[in-house]
Ligand binder design. Sequence first.
Ligand code: SF4
Length: 390
Amino acid sequence: MTSQSIAALVESANQLYRDYDFTSVKEWKARTGGLAIGFMPIYVPRELLHAQGCLPVGVMGGGDDLEIIRGDAYYQSYICHIPRSTIELGLGGKLDCLDGMLFPAICDVIRNLSGMWKLEFPGKLSRYLDVPQDFEDDMGGVFYRAELEELSADLARRGARPYDAEALRTSIAVYNRLSALVRELYQLRRDEPWLVPTAELYCLLRAATIWPVEDAILHLETYRDLVRADASRQPMDQARVILAGSFCEQPPLGLIKTLERSGCYIVDDDFVQVHRWLVQPVSTAGDPLDALVSAFLHHAMDSPTRYCGEATKGVELVQRVAAAAAEGVLLCAPSFCDPALLDQPMAVDALEAAGVPWTAFKYAENNGQFQVIREQAGTFADSIKLWSGV
Ligand code: SF4
């Protein structure tokens, strides 16, 4: 019974995030009359949208379900896949239910996509959400606060509720709850990975970018309680690995299943980072916009898309290996992803200096064949089991 309930919940999440007609978003709009605002990976301040009565909607590419016809005409063949599928969704009318799109500053490809969006969809709100790479309060902080104020004013001009500090405080508390739950599930997976298969967690994380946040919290709590109670989930002799590099274009679900079937427990990953980007709860005291700014400046994840100052690239990955008691790292980046692939040599240096086994491969969101990756990951997992610590 418990297993069936888990399967039904995960399947509904899977169906939801793969519904490129965004039926649930249309229903939400019909029910509430609010604005739905799409956002691309990695991070946007969903709290601000929620406080103004908007539904943040994760637009994370077209996965392996979407045939790209017009999208390829907009990008060179050596560019990653997510911008083509996003523009394909837009030109195909799939995103018409969205009142706007936010393009967080993560790479040149997304910057260019935001420009194309303005040209193709002039009637919609389209914002390139610039973020500071200077983390001083009186420099990057001032800049980022102005960005958020502009975004808030843009939303209000489009019909969203005007900014209200008390409403933002409430929204921050709600999103803090979602973040805490996601972290709890990540910790549960680190502790007992057989309870939380990554293929299941991934579906829930994807759906949680589309569900209204209150529903996302309920579904994640239900999942947590169900897996804890499922006595049929027992440990297996799998290698504990971290999957690093999949922070923007998301891998197809089949790839994650393949890795798990090849003998890997994925005990940490970079998927759907919007839920975990802020590594501490955002303060609900004082000015809430300042609290969002401060959280971004001082409590954001390390990422190849973020300037790391005096820190050494790769060190954070080694720390994650220790925290997750991982036995190896799979460097798993989208093909042609500059931020991920430019950081990879530094990550490899740090892993080798720390004696952490690793292997690397690339994917596109629409990959359908995984045999080669299965053999590579399976051999990697076997080698860890046979020779690690010898
Ligand atoms: S997959 Fe990489 S290169 Fe492509 S849009 Fe995302 S961050 Fe940029």
